[in-house]
Every structure is written in structure tokens, then in C-alpha cells.
Design a protein around this ligand. Structure first.
Ligand SMILES: Nc1nc2c(c(=O)[nH]1)N[C@H]1C(S)=C(S)[C@@H](COP(=O)(O)OP(=O)(O)OC[C@H]3O[C@@H](n4cnc5c(N)ncnc54)[C@H](O)[C@@H]3O)O[C@H]1N2
Ligand code: MOO
Length: 444
């Protein structure tokens, strides 16, 4: 995958970054969840996440107000109800003229006009009489008969004289500084195709077309479930051994930026029964209250108190260790019919899991959020990477086009994450890279 445009479309989800061997994978079926023994490839895990949430592509269509539609994907083609511009108008503050009036001007040069009534933007002008030039403001409707505009600074005198006075204007071709009806967007044309992510320009276009709502799929409902006995809520005092819950807000913000309004819950305990009760509560919710997907964070590795693993035991959920760092330990499946994606607890692991596993799948399935821009850039420094794993380093793209690493590879380095604006991908099979070696960079 090379070039700045690469990876922005759905087709790129599965075919880049050959990571992980995927070889020799076998799964142990215990009473409940399955644990994959060997490292699973990133593509394989993405494909499984895609299969888990693919049914959500059929969410019902609805019309959302523009503000709420930001970040969502269009549910059907958007057809322009009006022309843009809706009428021929001036591109400059100047004088509307009939270009034929310049015929016969000496040497194709200037000639004198009688100044007509001024035309402000928003007014409907009277037709322009031959030999007249009407002061016209930018965006104002061209008067009937006029077909060109001379900017005021080219007039002699270079200002707007009183109506009835004379002004000398240099010769112009028909069409000069006239913005024609429908020349930007023609009424009836499909201006945005179904599946287009609604960013600021698309929202601006919809507003410019006079639309107050757009057709989208019902927004995905995601509940973020932070787990861990060590978690403390922001605003409380940290007891010894505690840390503040970063993951809940980190993922909430990541989803919000991606056009998804998520809900947060926390089970500040390592008691699997407590977590199970919370999952049962979420699975039992009905209608709009019921999440489409729950993302858990924490409790999925090999410790003695892996609450998420234990709570999901007996359900159709599998756990695997991916050939990726950070974001190695992962889980996914359903809990009483509720799709669950289990991310590891380290904050950077959560972020990378979102960026590398879930976000590209949403982009592929739903068209929004847009895929991250990817490019190749030379490293500003040498690096080493563990064998057999895609290593995802936090990085910054410098003004000189080189990519520099921010912080080390550790998945607890939240400060470095916040100082980064890119991810540098070191593919598996690569254990050392020199200064100047090219890596794939995702701009976050
Ligand atoms: N023996 C092994 N130990 C670990 C392995 C392994 O393969 N073998 N994998 C390591 C990797 S890699 C990761 S990543 C972590 C994943 O651990 P868990 O998903 O079980 O997460 P926790 O143990 O609950 O937490 C890990 C770390 O993250 C902190 N944390 C958790 N939740 C939050 C939160 N909401 N906000 C901020 N920080 C959070 C937690 O305190 C821990 O420090 O396992 C390794 N271990
Ligand atoms: O895979 Mo863990 O996410 O290194 O830190």
C-alpha cells in the first residue's frame, strides 16, 4: 500500500500489511470460550470482527439532522434538489455589462458606459439596457442582458459612481467573472453516493443545497465497558494501587470522532460475576437502549484474575493472541446474542485495537468512518521490532516528510500516545530498520 490515497477505501481492509503467519493455528475448546494457542494474523481477526458486526450493515434507513449526521455514512444517494449556483451571479464586485457593447471599441480597448442601478446580493435586478453598466456586488444576480463583469478596480474611476454618471470600462469577453447557474452542482444530479462518509465538506454541501436532514443508516450503538478492580473514576482520589480509567474516555472520544456516539459503563472489580451481571443487563436492554456492540477493555490476558475471560466463559466467545504489539490479546463473540469485542486493558493497546482492528472494519462495512490516510515515509531514526509481529509505533510525521517515533513500544505510554499524530507500521518479519528505511504510516 503506497501513496497518500491508499487505504482510504473498503478494498484495502484485508489486503495490506501481511501480518502474522496465521499458520499452525489451532483452537482449544473448553466448556465455554475458545483460546487460540498461536498468534493470529491481524487480517484474520479483522475478518472475524467483520463477520460479527456485518448484520449491522442492514440497519434501517432514517433521516438525521445535519448536525447529527456528521461522521455517519449516507444511507442512499443524495440528489441535488436545486442548482448550485441557483442563478447566474457575479464573482466580483464590479460592473455588469453586455459584452457586445465593446464591439467596435477602439483597438478592442475601453469604452464609456452609463452607470445603471446598483445590484446588491439578494436583489432581483432590472434588465440591463444597452450601453449601460450596472454596479454589481459579489454573489448578486446578473441582470437580464448582461453576460460579463468588470471588477471595480479596473474601472475608471475605480469606484462606483452615482446612477446616471459615466464610467470607462476595459473590454471583456462574454462569461468573464460570471458564475453560471448549475455550474457547480446541477439540480437532479447525484452529488454524494450512498456510503459516503459525511465530513465537514459533505455536510456543508448538504446545507448549501438547502437540506436540513440527510438519509443515513441508524447510527450504531456501542457501549464501552471498562473493567478492572484497579480502576478509579476521574475526579475521585486515587487509593494505593488504583489508576484512573483512561480507556473509557479514550474509546468514547475515538468513536465520537468517528461519528459514533458511545455510552460508557464500568465494572470496577475483577469479580467475573459482577461483570457477567453487567453484560446480562446490557443484553437484556430493549429497543434504543440496547447496544449493537459492547467493547470491553481489560481482563483478557493470562493473569490470575482475568474477569472478562471468566465472565464470558460458557458463551460463544473466543480469545486469541494476535501477531501484533500493542493489542496482542483479543476476544470476540456473543454474550446472550449481544456482540462483544474484547480489547486488552492497556490504554495504548485499546487505541491500537480500535485503529487497526475495528475502525477499518467499520469503514469497510459501513463507509464511515473514513479509513485513515496511509503513506510511506522514511524513518527519522533506527528501530528494532519483535519478530513475528506487526509492531505499531506511535509516531509523528515531520514537516520534512520523515516519520519520528514518539516514546517506546510500551502499551501503557499514554503520554506519548497523546503526543503522536501517526502510527508507524513495522511488519512482522522485520526486526530492525535503519534511519531512512521506509515504513507505512497511518495519519491519525
Ligand atoms: N503472562 C502474560 N502477561 C501478559 C501478557 C501475556 O501474553 N502473558 N500479555 C500482556 C499484554 S500484551 C497486554 S496488552 C496485557 C493485557 O492485559 P488485560 O487485557 O488482561 O488487561 P488488564 O490486565 O486488565 O490491564 C492491563 C493494564 O492496563 C491497565 N488498564 C486496564 N484498564 C484500564 C483502563 N480502563 N484505563 C487505564 N488503564 C487500564 C491495567 O491497570 C494494567 O496496567 O497483558 C499483558 N500481560
Ligand atoms: O499487546 Mo499488549 O497490547 O503489548 O501491550
Amino acid at each position: 500500500m503506497t501513496g497518500p490515497a491508499a487505504g482510504t477505501g473498503p478494498a484495502h481492509v484485508h489486503n495490506h500489511l501481511e501480518t502474522g503467519t496465521g499458520k499452525g493455528v489451532h483452537e482449544n475448546s473448553r466448556a465455554g470460550h475458545r483460546s487460540v494457542q498461536e498468534h493470529r494474523s491481524v487480517q484474520e481477526h479483522r475478518a472475524r470482527i467483520a463477520a460479527l458486526i456485518a448484520p449491522l450493515a442492514a440497519r434501517p434507513l432514517e433521516r438525521l439532522p445535519l448536525r447529527a449526521a456528521l461522521g455517519t455514512a449516507l444511507g442512499s444517494d443524495l440528489v441535488a434538489p436545486v442548482d448550485l449556483p441557483p442563478f447566474d451571479n457575479s464573482q466580483m464586485d464590479g460592473f455588469a455589462v453586455r459584452s457586445v457593447d465593446f464591439r467596435g471599441a477602439v483597438g478592442g480597448g475601453a469604452r464609456e458606459f452609463t452607470v445603471g442601478a446598483a445590484i446588491p446580493a439578494g436583489a432581483v435586478p432590472v434588465p440591463l439596457a444597452p450601453g449601460h453598466a450596472a454596479p454589481i456586488m459579489t454573489g448578486a444576480m446578473m441582470p437580464e442582458g448582461a453576460d460579463a463583469v468588470v471588477p471595480v478596480e479596473r474601472a475608471e474611476p475605480p469606484r462606483f459612481p452615482e446612477e446616471g454618471a459615466t464610467v470607462s470600462l476595459p473590454s471583456v469577453e462574454a462569461g468573464t467573472y460570471v458564475r453560471r447557474t448549475g455550474s457547480d452542482v446541477a439540480a437532479g444530479a447525484v452529488v454524494l453516493a450512498a456510503g459516503t462518509a459525511m465530513g465537514a465538506p459533505q455536510i456543508g454541501l448538504a446545507a448549501g443545497l438547502g437540506l436540513s436532514t440527510v438519509p443515513v443508516r441508524r447510527p450504531v450503538r456501542i457501549t464501552l465497558l471498562s473493567t478492572g478492580a484497579e480502576l478509579a473514576a476521574a475526579g475521585t482520589r486515587l487509593a494505593p494501587g488504583q489508576i484512573y480509567d483512561a480507556n473509557g474516555m479514550l474509546l468514547w472520544a475515538a468513536l465520537r470522532e468517528a461519528g459514533i456516539a458511545a455510552a460508557n459503563v464500568a465494572v470496577r472489580s475483577d469479580d467475573p460475576d459482577e461483570l457477567r451481571r453487567e453484560l446480562e443487563r446490557l443484553a437484556g436492554l430493549e429497543g434504543e437502549a440496547r447496544p449493537d456492540v459492547v467493547i470491553t477493555t481489560g481482563g483478557v490476558s493470562k493473569g490470575a484474575f482475568e474477569a472478562t475471560k471468566l465472565a464470558l466463559d460458557g458463551h460463544d466467545v473466543e480469545f486469541a493472541h494476535l501477531a501484533m504489539q500493542p493489542g496482542g490479546p483479543q476476544g470476540l463473540g456473543t454474550f446472550e446474542g449481544l456482540p462483544v469485542v474484547a480489547f486488552p486493558g492497556n490504554p495504548v493497546s485499546c487505541w491500537i485495537s480500535w485503529e487497526v482492528l475495528l475502525r477499518p472494519v467499520l469503514a469497510e462495512l459501513f463507509g464511515a468512518p473514513r479509513g485513515r490516510r496511509r503513506l510511506r515515509a522514511p524513518l527519522a531514526e533506527a528501530l528494532t521490532s519483535p519478530p513475528g509481529k506487526l509492531q505499531v509505533r506511535r509516531a509523528r510525521l515531520r514537516a520534512d516528510g520523515c516519520v519520528e517515533l514518539v516514546g517506546g513500544p510500551g502499551s501503557h505510554l499514554l503520554g506519548a500516545l497523546a503526543a503522536s499524530d501517526a502510527l508507524a507500521m513495522v511488519p512482522d518479519g522485520v526486526t530492525e530498520l535503519e534511519v531512512g528505511a521506509e515504513v507505512e504510516v497511518w495519519l491519525t
